[in-house]
Design a protein around this ligand. Structure first.
Ligand SMILES: Cc1cc2nc3c(=O)[nH]c(=O)nc-3n(C[C@H](O)[C@H](O)[C@H](O)COP(=O)(O)OP(=O)(O)OC[C@H]3O[C@@H](n4cnc5c(N)ncnc54)[C@H](O)[C@@H]3O)c2cc1C
Length: 414
């Protein structure tokens, strides 16, 4: 192994993106140090959807099997009209979908996905993981980068990846565009034991009840033990907020016009966790010298395409391949990574906003949506998803052969 790969890369943030980056670098034989502010490496208790595009990345990272063992593979993506209770459209996720996109669509508990990545990181002798360290200062020096944490620790590395999420400290240094933009949409999330889910809605599907300025999503998790519920509504009452308790009275008021099944499902939950949804307009340059960004720090997006975590994992694989190809010239690797990613992630940021409008449409726009979607065949629907779910050849072909070769180097130290 060459010396430059032993000089660690610093990764600020040990969420899904940061851990995927550490793992992807290790698969290329590159050492890293992950620095996480929380007391332990942990994800919040809610579900996440995984498009087939991210399974190509899981393959490269060597985690397809553990992810698949914990995931639910739904039968359909279904949109219902939350006023009339009629089905608008469905996309079957069976054999034709898998043939077209080579991989399945999956639903997983976020903590399970995070744990799979964490376990893989812990098995690598190329990755060091420190929790309870909040980075507040960064200093880029000629041949490396140094960071300081609030508890007084210093770290030094050959380069720095800011995987520190929506309210990234590292983004302030690299892009400096202030706070993220609240969408005026609020998400309430809850997880319900399957026994408490009304029997007629225990579908093995990802179901979205599209309403007027509201929508409700439900799907099974943990091999069917749990159901994930996400209720979203328009409200300008909040500017900031993350994982705090939601106001149940406001939720019921916003969903008052929805059909009986939607209201019955909402009534099943007594306490919801609330998120104020934010994004940013896409930017073109999130790298500066030996410092770059990844995941929500680089391109935060609304969740309407269910791709934020998937994009962060794609970023990780791309970044590691570019780092390996540049032989330790991180400034040029980060430029190449940024150039390879910004149009794809920018498209997802923009299209996520469009889908949000679609899900929450009122009046004529809603009628038009229902007409357009209900006349679509599954083949039409899949053709429309090709750009998102199809193989990203630039990514898979540049990452796979090297990753597989150097997988042997990772070896694992238990
Ligand atoms: C309601 C909702 C539903 C969603 N559904 C989906 C979905 O179905 N599919 C999907 O792919 N995506 C989904 N997403 C998006 C997804 O959750 C995010 O895009 C993803 O978690 C981003 O990962 P990340 O690692 O970039 O950031 P985060 O998960 O935010 O991780 C950042 C980490 O950095 C740490 N950190 C922050 N600052 C510092 C610091 N100064 N020093 C040290 N550590 C620091 C944090 O503690 C955190 O652990 C959804 C999002 C929401 C809000």
């Amino acid at each position: 192994m060459s010396d430059w790969k032993d000089e660690q890369v610093l990764i600020v943030g040990g969420g899904i993106g940061g851990l995927a980056a550490a793992l992807a670098l290790a698969r290329q034989g590159i050492a890293s140090q992950v620095i996480e502010q929380a007391a332990e490496f942990k994800e919040i208790g809610a579900g996440i959807q995984l498009g087939p595009n991210v399974f190509w990345m899981f393959d490269i990272l060597g985690v397809i099997e553990p992810v698949s063992a914990l995931a639910v593979f739904p039968d359909n993506l279904i949109m219902m009209d939350s006023i009339t209770a009629e089905e608008v459209t469905r996309i079957p996720l069976g054999a034709a979908f898998r043939r077209k996109f080579h991989h399945p669509y999956a639903l997983i508990h976020r903590a399970d996905l995070h744990n799979v990545l964490l376990d893989a990181c812990r098995k690598s002798n190329r990755i060091r993981l420190d929790a309870a360290q909040k980075v507040f200062a960064v200093d880029e020096r000629g041949s490396g980068v140094a960071v300081k944490t609030e508890s007084g620790k210093d770290y030094r590395g050959a380069a720095l990846i800011g995987a520190d999420g929506l309210r990234s400290t590292i983004r302030d240094i690299v892009v400096g565009d202030g706070k993220p933009k609240p969408a005026g949409h609020i998400a309430y999330r809850a997880v319900l034991p399957t026994a408490e889910m009304p029997e007629q809605w225990r579908w093995r599907d990802m179901v979205l009840w599209a309403g007027e300025k509201v929508h409700l999503v439900h799907y099974p998790l943990r091999t069917g033990e749990l159901f994930n519920l996400v209720a979203v509504f328009h409200s300008n009452r909040y500017e900031e907020g993350w994982d705090s308790y939601g106001d149940v009275a406001e939720l019921h008021e916003r969903f008052a016009a929805t059909c009986a099944p939607v209201r019955a499902l909402l009534n099943k939950i007594e306490s919801w966790r609330m998120w104020v949804l934010c994004d940013r307009p896409p930017v073109k340059n999130w790298s500066k010298g030996r410092i770059t960004l990844l995941g929500d720090a680089a391109h935060p997006m609304l969740q309407y395409l269910a791709q934020g975590a998937c994009m962060s994992i794609e970023d990780a694989v791309c970044l590691a391949a570019k780092a390996a190809a540049a032989n330790g010239d991180y400034a040029s690797a980060f430029r190449a990574y940024n150039a390879a990613r910004y149009l794809r992630t920018g498209r997802v940021q923009i299209m996520a906003r469009v889908y949000g409008e679609f899900y929450h449409a009122c009046g004529v726009a809603k009628e038009l949506r229902n007409m357009m979607l209900s006349s679509r065949t599954p083949d039409d629907a899949m053709a429309g998803m090709e750009w998102l779910y199809g193989e990203q050849k630039e990514l898979t072909q540049s990452a796979s052969p090297r990753a597989r070769q150097s997988a042997d180097v990772v070896g694992g130290n238990g």
